[in-house]
Design a binder for this molecule. Structure first.
Ligand code: AMP
Ligand code: MG
Length: 330
């Protein structure tokens, strides 16, 4: 049984769930066949609405807790975005009746806090490209204490049973609290949590790799070389967002790689892109490091400044994967 024994875990679940249900509505209403390829407005609206809602809930529940969120309102205040702000306000009002435009921008900007000994970090929509394609995305929310992730929640509207990609299904709410395991429940159903465990695959050749859908977020040719050096048979599974961590935690994938893209060699991972997913993987029995085998270091601001890429595995395959990473110079 998942013990909902702290106010923090109860709050984290509630906030991520409410935000995910809001953005799921926005995806259903705005991401239609008629949107043109360059039109990013649905994700803009959903991103800001999600951060405004979570931020408001956080201030109401833990008024002295800071939020490190991905978004800030600067872009929204440009004259071109006035309509977007109206639409965001309308969506947030569907949950918080009296919210006005000023509240929205203030709530969003509450997420500009610096990191500290105790803070929450939010990716209001992780996997924006997946969201726009009508595919995978997640609301990712985590509590970080003294540089260590303590609670992580991923709310994934298009993932069923924490590991099956299903658009329009019940969705998944995946939760981990340090020392208490990783658990999944239906996002839209009753909160019946079942425990997640990583796979028992020990033969590297049997590994099922997980990678970003977007080729620009990883290094596909290096991943192919890693696969060849290990002798992997299966093609990597491609999907957006930290939903990958959930699939790994549920034992339906064995190794997740975030290699360094040749196009952005200096890219640093953002803390909100890894915090919730990494504790979920660890609490399911897996292992998470960077590509050099170093633990993720959440004490250096909004990015994982001291880490290079990410490797998450079921634990059994971690050494073999690190060795393959070294052998191909990734
Ligand atoms: P994914 O859906 O796993 O590809 O991850 C999406 C996240 O990748 C986004 O939230 C971005 O913050 C992040 N991202 C953006 N550019 C890059 C890049 N060049 N390399 C790695 N990750 C990136
Ligand atoms: Mg993200």
């Amino acid at each position: 049984m998942l013990e909902l024994n702290t106010a923090e875990i109860r709050f984290a679940i509630k906030a991520a769930r409410q935000a995910a249900l809001l953005v799921r509505d926005i995806q259903a209403e705005m991401v239609t066949d008629s949107i043109t390829k360059g039109d990013k407005s649905p994700v803009t609206i959903a991103d800001f609405a999600s951060q405004a809602l979570v931020s408001h809930l956080l201030q109401s529940t833990f008024p002295s807790d800071p939020l490190v969120g991905e978004e800030d309102s600067a872009a929204l205040l440009a004259p071109d975005n006035r309509e977007s702000l109206k639409t965001i306000t309308k969506y947030v009002q569907s949950r918080i009746m009296n919210a006005n435009q000023q509240d929205i921008t203030e709530w969003i900007d509450y997420g500009k806090a610096p990191v500290s000994d105790r803070f929450w970090t939010l990716d209001p929509i992780d996997g924006t490209k997946g969201f726009l394609r009508g595919e995978q995305y997640a609301v990712a929310f985590a509590l970080i204490l003294q540089g260590r992730v303590e609670i992580g929640v991923l709310a994934c509207p298009n993932l069923t049973d924490g590991n099956i990609q299903q658009i329009g299904g019940p969705g998944s709410l995946i939760v981990a609290q340090r020392g208490q395991g990783a658990w999944a429940a239906e996002l839209t159903g009753s909160m019946q949590f079942t425990q997640l465990h990583v796979s028992g695959v020990t033969d590297p050749r049997q590994a099922r790799f997980l990678r970003s859908f977007e080729t620009a977020h990883t290094n596909v040719s290096q991943l192919d070389l890693i696969g060849q050096s290990i002798g992997v048979i299966a093609e990597p599974v491609r999907l957006d967002s930290q939903a990958k961590y959930s699939i790994l935690a549920a034992g339906a994938g064995d190794a997740l790689f975030r290699l360094i893209s040749a196009k952005s060699p200096d890219y640093k991972e953002k803390i909100w892109d890894q915090a919730a997913g990494s504790i979920i993987c660890e609490e399911a029995g897996g292992q998470v490091t960077d590509l050099d085998g170093k633990p993720l270091d959440f004490t250096h601001g909004r990015t994982l400044l001291k880490n290079r890429g990410i490797l998450a595995t079921n634990g059994h395959l971690h050494e073999a994967a690190l060795q393959a990473i070294r052998s191909v110079g990734a």
